[in-house]
Each structure stands twice: as structure tokens, then as C-alpha cells.
Write a protein that binds this ligand. Structure first.
Ligand code: SAH
Ligand code: F3S
Length: 436
């Protein structure tokens, strides 16, 4: 007898690692993805704990599915991801309709957990063990002909940034083997992926059996059928000359780097335990731009950490004005349980932090728009990804610089193709172009 496949609805919060994990969850359950929660046998909320707001969102998201249990008593509702790892048992106690809580390292165990629950419906399951080594066992679900995909090359993080909960909820760094990375890449390429983004918390600190990140980039460059390579997130201290050379010499590697700086002040960086100085960071950017003059740069900034003064904040403003990043993701500091930062005093009021954040974001919006305007009249290769979100007659894709380009009146048969586009208009977050 053939067993009916499970219909699975997953709601995903947080970073690219969570999106990737959601695709692994689907495969670990051999599930069929459904778009409507009322069609599902299993509903999963895959959660993010990076800031307090994100972690509240996770529990309120679950509430939306509570009533579905009345019409479908066999429905299973679970929580995965970083909030699941952080609060474990507490969640099961607090949320009566929650059937299982599974941390990021235990995705390979999901199938057995769900099977057990199907056998006895009044049981609850918690799996948040950290000593799981086979974290990479499950490949992600990849819809056929999807143009881009993710490949995880690293789990967890060995850095100890004072504000950050990631090492607590995702554990110590585990690097995936080269063979495994290549195998998963080929699998996705065979299903139609043209662009792959390699992900890890400090992706450029990857090392395995004597191979380093720059060697990995060289291997990836040789993968047949793969047209574009991206990777994220890089850690500033692990940007090496060899890595820069490998990027420069490999035309498939996109001219884009996300390099979180967090603050422009050495004092704040030190209290954050980021292990580099602003001069070091600026010097890395100089070397990167010298090697790749058109490299597009993005960064993350935390506002109001611990003892940040107005002078410290001015240094951050100075940094973004000097470097002129294409994109800055900025956040107000949020104290997380169990981090070093939890024990530090916070001297910045919420009001001051909001004001600083507003000023930074306002300045950055101007810079992003000015940078994008520079692209007008220039021509780029764009990998077409799908139908534009703004207009269903248009398609969208991205340049090597990770700029979203909406292309007017383009036939859908171009999805998955690289096209030559001339930029006509520029906005803060996207461009408009025409085929030429
Ligand atoms: N490993 C990556 C991503 C970490 S989380 C890295 O090295 O950057 C993504 C971003 O969230 C961080 O870069 C940081 O800017 C922000 N972040 C992390 N913890 C935070 C906290 N407690 N409060 C506010 N922002 C935080
Ligand atoms: Fe967090 Fe720092 Fe690692 S930001 S993920 S502890 S590099």
C-alpha cells in the first residue's frame, strides 16, 4: 500500500538560513507544499529569535492556526527554528495546541517525530538537542525550474558577538564537506537552478579537511551549468587576499558582498566583541574595491548598543557616508536572553535609539537612490527570475550587483535566461530596464 504524502504548510520568518531550512523541512517530511493552511496535514512555523520583536511574531503566528484543529482534529501544529530552540519545553507548556517543538539541528529527525505523533495524537514532542552532527543530512526541496537556490555550507557560529543569540540557538560552527556541497549544488543545478547562494553565519570562515573558503570558491566556479554564485554572510575579519583574488578571477561570482560592520565606532565594536577595528574594516573595503571596482556592498548596523554615545553614532554616520553602501540593514539593539550583552548596561533610551535609527535610515535612503541613479543608461546582464511583483506584464531579475531590475513587457519564456538590459529608471530599491 502506498502511504499518502503529507501536505505541509510552512510559514517562515527570519534569514535565508531559515528559508533554506524550511525547504529542508519539506524534504525531511517527504511533504507536498500547500499554499493554504486549511489544506495541510502539518502546519509548521519556522521561527527567528534574532530580536525580541521577531520572537513575539513567532508565537502570535501560531495563534492563527489554532482554530483549524477544530475542523481537522488530525492536524499537527509544530514550531521549528530559533525560537523553538530557545524556549523548548516552555512553549509546549504555554501553547496547548502545539504538538511539537524542533530546533534547527534536529530537522533530520522530523519525519520520525511526525510519525510518532500520528500514531498517538495526545503526545507532545520536543527535540532541541545540540549534539547532532548529521545536520546536513537532508537536502532542500527545490521546485523544478526554480532559477535560484540556497546551499548551506556551515551551521552555527564560533564568534561571540555580545548582542547575538545565534551561537546559543544554532550552536558551534560546523562546516560541511566539499563533496557534500558540490553534490547538493549539482542536484539543484540538475533541477534547473542557474544561480546558487552559499550560506553560513560567517560563510567565509568555512574550512574543511585543509580546504579554505577561497579554495571552495574555485571549485564552485568550475561547476557546469551554474551561471552565478553568491554567498552570505561574510565576517570582516575573515576577508583574506586569497578570497578577494578568487572572487576577482572568477567571472561567475557576483560582484556583490554583504559585510556587516555593526558600528562605525571602535569603542562600540570592542564592547560588541567584533574583533576588528574600523580601520581594518575600511582597509578590507579598499582592497575589495581595488580588485573589483564595481563591487556592490551592503552591511548591517545595530543602533544603540550598550554604551553608544552620540559621538559613536556620528562615527557610524561618517562610515556610511564614506563607504556609500548600496544597502544598509539597520536595527535598534534588542537585548537577548543568555547573551553577553544581557549583562551589560544599556545607556541609550528607546527614544534616542529611534531618533538615531531614523537619521541613519534617512541618509542611507539618499545614498541608495544616488547609487542606483548611477546605473541609468548602463547595460547589464540580468538573470530573469519571474513575474514582477509590481506588474504582471513585466518580468524581474537581478544584475550581478544584486540590483532588482523590472523589465517591461517581456515574454514569460525568458524566465531563467540571461538577458541584456539597458537601465532606464532608478528607485531606491530597484531599477527599470529594457531589453536591447
Ligand atoms: N552571521 C551574520 C548574521 C547575524 S544576524 C552576521 O555576522 O552578521 C543578522 C543581523 O542582525 C546582524 O548582522 C545584526 O546587525 C543584527 N542583530 C543581531 N543580533 C541583534 C540584536 N540583539 N539586536 C539588534 N540587531 C541584532
Ligand atoms: Fe552572530 Fe556575530 Fe556569529 S553576529 S551569527 S555571533 S558573527
Amino acid at each position: 500500500m502506498r502511504v499518502k504524502k503529507l501536505s505541509v504548510f510552512i510559514e517562515t520568518y527570519g534569514c535565508q538560513m531559515n528559508e533554506y531550512d524550511s525547504d529542508r523541512i519539506l524534504n525531511s517530511l517527504s511533504g507536498i507544499p500547500v499554499n493554504n493552511p486549511s489544506d495541510a496535514d502539518v502546519i509548521i512555523v519556522n521561527t527567528c529569535a534574532i530580536r525580541e520583536k521577531a520572537d513575539h511574531k513567532a508565537t502570535s503566528a501560531l495563534g492563527r492556526y489554532k482554530n483549524l484543529k477544530k475542523s481537522n482534529p488530525n492536524l499537527l501544529i509544530g514550531m521549528t527554528g530559533c525560537v523553538a530552540q530557545l524556549y523548548g519545553k516552555k512553549l509546549i507548556k504555554q501553547i496547548p495546541y502545539l504538538d511539537f517543538v524542533v530546533g534547527p539541528r534536529s530537522i533530520p529527525k522530523l519525519m520520525n517525530i511526525v510519525k510518532d505523533l500520528k500514531d498517538s495524537l495526545d503526545v507532545k514532542k520536543i527535540e532541541t538537542s545540540m549534539d547532532v552532527q548529521e545536520v546536513f543530512e537532508i537536502h532542500p526541496y527545490h521546485k523544478k525550474d526554480k532559477v535560484n537556490g540556497f546551499v548551506s555550507i556551515q551551521q552555527g557560529c564560533n564568534k561571540e558577538c555580545a548582542y547575538c543569540i545565534v551561537p546559543t540557538v544554532r550552536g558551534k560552527e560546523i562546516n560541511r564537506s566539499l563533496e557534500d556541497i558540490l553534490e547538493e549544488s549539482k542536484l539543484l543545478i540538475n533541477q534547473g537552478a542557474k544561480e546558487l547562494t552559499y550560506i553560513g553565519q560567517t560563510v567565509n570562515s568555512w574550512k574543511h579537511n585543509g580546504e579554505r573558503f577561497h579554495n571552495l570558491l574555485d571549485y564552485l566556479g568550475k561547476l557546469g551549468g551554474l551561471e552565478r554564485i553568491r554567498f552570505t554572510t561574510s565576517f570582516p575579519r575573515d576577508v583574506t587576499s586569497k578570497m578577494i583574488d578568487s572572487m576577482k578571477n572568477n567571472p561567475k561570482i557576483c560582484r556583490q558582498l554583504h559585510l556587516p560592520v555593526q558600528s562605525g565606532s571602535n569603542k562600540v565594536l570592542k564592547s560588541m566583541n567584533r574583533t576588528y577595528t574600523i580601520d581594518w574594516y575600511r582597509e578590507s573595503i579598499r582592497k575589495l574595491r581595488e580588485a573589483m571596482p564595481d563591487l556592490s556592498l551592503s552591511t548591517d548596523i545595530i543602533i544603540g548598543f550598550s554604551n553608544e554615545t552620540d559621538e559613536d553614532f556620528q562615527e557610524t554616520m561618517k562610515l556610511i557616508e564614506d563607504i556609500r553602501f548600496d544597502t544598509v540593514y539597520s536595527f535598534k539593539y534588542s537585548i537577548r536572553p543568555g547573551t553577553l550583552g544581557e549583562k551589560m548596561d544599556v545607556h541609550v533610551s528607546d527614544e534616542i535609539a529611534s531618533d538615531r535609527l531614523y537619521k541613519l535610515q534617512k541618509k542611507q535612503k539618499e545614498i541608495s537612490l544616488e547609487n542606483n541613479i548611477q546605473h541609468i543608461s548602463k547595460a547589464y546582464e540580468v538573470l530573469v527570475e519571474g513575474v514582477s511583483k509590481n506588474n504582471s506584464d513585466d518580468l524581474f531579475g537581478r544584475t550581478t550587483h544584486n540590483k532588482v531590475v523590472n523589465i517591461r513587457n517581456l515574454d514569460r519564456s525568458f524566465v531563467g535566461k540571461m538577458v541584456n538590459v539597458k537601465i532606464k529608471e532608478a528607485f531606491q530599491n530597484s531599477l527599470i530596464g529594457e531589453i536591447y
